[in-house]
Design a protein around this ligand. Structure first.
Ligand SMILES: [Zn+2]
Ligand SMILES: [Zn+2]
Length: 364
């Protein structure tokens, strides 16, 4: 069935009082006007978010009822594709801070997000977390500290992920190992003593396992630099809301650069790991060997979801640094430069003090 792409993601939300752009207010279900403080409730979702049947999407995209066209800006420097839900003023890539050229905007197909985890922290709060973190850094260059004071470097990004559900069924063969202990005498003469040694007795094992794999989270952004660090990349997926473009208002949304097909391969690898764990549990004993697994996935579904993160991109001596704050939990992580001169003078200072001490000690 052919359906016409709709452009629901790009309706501008204007304030009915003053005409300014409305933005999503983190932690609420409202749009807010920055200028006159007008608030507008985001209409409730008509239905719960849907899991989409995977097989329909793997081969063909664009003719699906859940895909649409969206305006994208491509960063020539780092390759990120981003959609900005506000008037294009001065735009910088959220990952590498390179200027984006509005004339380069193009229409692109994307699988509409099924769900979004709305920002829970506002930009000001995220910026405070950055600032506190940077203030606590030892040996950081002053320029870095200054940059962290400028809130325009901190941007809220909805990062793209795939999640997959599937029914897993597998036959396995392997071995169950049971520990036993033997007592041995070692050494000779005065050093003669007995020790307990652990041995394993192996028994053949085989069987089948099955179960439902829920929400395997796979990143959908190909960014090599500026990858969201593990420490930050945990979200409470129970807070997912059915996708409504209102939640994106005022934020940057990144389009997935890892296609569904590749995301699905990753999810399959993860399913294989899960099958291995389940097989080990099924085998039991003290230790296990899994020699073969014949795995089948059925009823595979997926969702394209958006998860919130604040990114601060900053260049220092030609190198790029990113700081990340989870837009839901407030967890922070980042790379950091060290100031050569700060360390140099500190070391010189310590040496000078030592010199003075040694000088006085020798005089006595
Ligand atoms: Zn207004
Ligand atoms: Zn970039």
């Amino acid at each position: 069935m052919q359906s016409t792409p709709q452009q629901t993601s790009e309706l501008k939300k204007a304030c009915i009082n003053c005409g300014a752009e409305l933005r999503y207010a983190p932690g609420t279900t409202e749009l807010q006007c920055e200028y006159c403080n007008y608030k507008q409730e985001i209409p409730p979702a008509l239905d719960d978010f849907q899991e989409l049947e995977l097989s329909n999407y793997l081969n063909q995209l664009g003719a699906q009822s859940h895909s649409e066209q969206i305006t994208m800006l491509h960063c020539k420097n780092c390759g990120a594709n981003q959609h900005v839900e506000e008037n294009y003023k001065s735009l910088h890539c959220v990952y590498c801070s390179m200027p984006l050229v509005v004339e380069d905007a193009y229409k692109d197909d994307w699988i509409l997000p099924g769900a979004v985890l709305p920002f829970q922290l506002d930009q000001q709060k995220a910026h405070q977390i950055f600032k506190k973190w940077v203030d606590g850094l030892w040996w950081a260059p002053n320029k870095l500290k200054k940059a962290s004071l400028d809130p325009q470097y901190t941007k809220g990004l909805y990062a793209p992920f795939w999640t997959f559900d599937a029914q897993l069924y597998a036959n396995y063969t392997g071995k169950r190992g049971e520990y036993y202990y033997v007592t041995k005498t070692v050494g000779s003469g005065k050093n003669r003593r007995t020790v307990r040694e652990r041995r394993t007795r192996w028994y053949p094992a085989s069987g089948s396992i099955s179960g439902f794999i829920d929400d395997t989270l796979i990143k959908a952004s190909k960014q090599k630099k500026g990858v969201i660090p593990k420490k930050v990349a945990h979200w409470d997926l129970r807070k997912l809301e059915t996708f409504r473009s209102e939640f994106l208002a005022g934020f940057v949304t990144e389009k997935y650069t890892i296609p569904l097909k590749d995301g699905h391969l990753e999810a399959k690898k993860e399913a294989r790991n899960i099958a291995d764990r389940w097989a080990r549990r099924d085998i039991g004993g003290d230790t296990q060997i899994v020699s073969s697994i014949d795995m089948k996935l059925s009823k595979e579904t997926f969702k394209h979801i958006l998860l919130p993160v604040y990114i601060s991109a900053y260049r220092f001596k030609g190198k790029r640094y990113n700081f990340f704050v989870n837009g839901e939990s407030g967890k922070i992580s980042g790379e950091r430069p060290y100031s050569f001169w700060k360390i140099f003078f500190a070391v010189m200072g310590v040496l000078a003090v030592l010199g003075v001490i040694i000088y006085f000690m020798n005089r006595n």
